[in-house]
Design a protein around this ligand. Sequence first.
Ligand code: 26V
Length: 790
Amino acid sequence: MNKQKLKESMQRNCQVKYGKSIEKAVSYQIWNSLSLALLEEIVENWNQTQEIYKKQKRAYYFSSEYLMGRALGNNLMSMQVYDEVKELLEEMHINLNEIEEIEEDAGLGNGGLGRLAACFMDSGAVMNIPLSGYGIRYSNGLFSQKIVDGSQVECVDEWLKYGDPWSIRKDDLAVEVTFDDFTVRAIPYDTPIIAYGSKNVNTLRLWKAEFLESFDFELFNNQEYDEAVQAKNRAEDISRVLYPNDSKEEGKLLRLRQQYFMVSASLQDIIRSHKEEHGLDFTTFDKWHVIQLNDTHPVLAIPEFIRLLVDEEGIKFEEALAISQRIFAYTNHTILQEALEKWEMDLIEQLFSRISEIIIKLDEHFEATLADKDYEEEVLEQFHIIQDEKVHMANLAIHVGFGVNGVAQLHTDILKERELHQWYELYPEKFQNKTNGITPRRWLRLCNPELSALITELLGNEDWVMDLSKLDELEKYVNDESVLKRLMAIKHTKKVQLAEYIKETQGIEIDPNSLFDIQIKRLHEYKRQLLNAFYILDLYYELKENPTKEMPSVTFIFGAKAFPGYERAKAIIKFIGQIQQLVNEDEEVNQKMRVVFVENYRVSLAEKLFPAADVSKQISMAGKEASGTGNMKFMLNGAPTFGTYDGANVEIVEASKEENNFIFGLRVEDIAQIEDEYDPQAFYENDKNLMRVIDSLIDGTFSDGGTEEFEELHDSLLEGTSWHEPDQYYLLADFKAFKEAQEAVLTAYQDEMSWAKMCLMNIAHAGVFSSDRTIMEYAKDLWDIKPIRI
Ligand code: 26V
């Protein structure tokens, strides 16, 4: 990289964008100018990559979510110019770290599913796979979280407030998306996905919705200003926010509009380029294109594709369906029933009646194909796309798609044996497993440069960044004390950095010499943050009774956002807040334990948390967490897993061995055994300690501000409600085993060298959890695509 050239480009960009020189610019202006200068560097490679990709089959990832996080640091790393640019900025008296920190996260996703999409984008580029992402460019991503008096308060996310220097708006590629009541313009914004280690640059293309004209001029002329902007707003609403609350009819309609908007625009785009490159021959469409549906959110792509082919290209329905059956594959990301999308037929009819016609035709078609199978009436009913006037999106995807995959071995097994068993019997050849992965670039090389440097030194080169299986070779250092000591010193450094950050941002002091036990993920009952909270409270009581208990001092860290309408999840946040206050303010115990709920958990904060963890908490009820990917990020940064046999934990423990982790609790098959006669009350009555912590919800120990939220939590465990049995996620059944496993952690942590060995063994066996491996499996087993390099 030519430093002088980059500097000039920064200057130029700053002058034309802000009318001032870099020397006079403030942080966000420097961030923009630098980002634009870097974009300038890669634009030619980007265009070249896209040209080369046209020579062969391409894959398109259709996803309603991309949780990208920050771009600048990541791109500097991918371009392998981080240190050089840092130096250059220093010469200019600019601190790169400060510039990185002002960047807002692109938080266009809710959690695991969206972050997986982001990791896949990175791996697609690095593995030189012609993979493009398609999605929506929400003006506001996932809400930002404030904790006010212990409660979650949601604030709008303004990720675009300083601009979006990494995306290029392409008005020339805009398309129109037509609903039955109005038409909008979809404008693509392209963001480069820069490969580490090669010149390839892939594309993430996100659509923004705009009104066809800027406003209704006639209305405006007649001085009906409000009406004039109304139509404009209605159009722009479509890409305004991620996942709008859909508990009301209006919200549902908007969400459905978003889904259709995204798939229609993307398919029009793909069909246009197909016609440019291959003319009107659609019979070979599947030779050139394959579409991965990220969960059910983009499944309307199937009827929309058929509509585009039949209505716009004059192809017969049967032919269009046959092509669809060769280009769509579907990934399932959860077995939770409440998360499986079903859309009321009348909503679909209201918004796009032609799509509803096609869905009905598809339903009839598949019913006919099953005619000779002699299914019982009830079994046959389950295969219908339309049931009780609702469209079952997963059924549509499974009938039509050529592939159906789960995201970890256990998850795929459960799909095959239970949740989708009848589908597996009908279409066994469609089912596959693709265990998730994470990008080692962001989740090690970028977020933990200290550990990266040690690994590079030990392995003699940086090849591991592109081939994470190289980490295997670290196992030979498992008895090397000096390496183990350095590993622990790095962990300590990362803990100091995190402690400083928490002090700065939340004013809470934590001790980097204590054990950092971290649970960070979306808040959901099945993930059982409440079980962790119960344990912590129990430990507090134990310390009150026995202040000389032999144990290392521990800091319990939580980070989680609760869905705004999910009252119980919000109550759990409040409960953790109350425990935090009780523990941290108690001089008798706060040298031995502390609790911190970090505010606004998001990608950029995750980058600070994973490297600083001593223990990775993965305690979902067995069978409920499809995979988890945070578990992999902890492992890669050298934290043993404290967890249940669930999701990818199973494979993590298989890779790094059970003795290097802390596995506890009921397994899937145990739960299957007891579920019919499970009696949480019995566990409650037979364990005084458990009783005490559960009672704390209702005996006045804590205050929920008079909302009765804590009582509701209490009852959810012991009484059940109209919609579920008591303790549906088996917290009480697992409490004792949890406590025993945690005792084992406290003991093990006191022997520094044997602890360090566990950390090293985890790092050394994390290679298989690279999303490079995952993406190559998709490319080979599902997409039939080989890498191609510029
Ligand atoms: C969505 C919803 C929406 C309605 C209320 C309840 C609920 C519960 C869960 C979900 C999850 C939707 C899909 C999802 O994000 N799945 C996550 O995908 C990750 C990537 O494959 C995986 O690692 C996580 O285990 C899985 O939860």
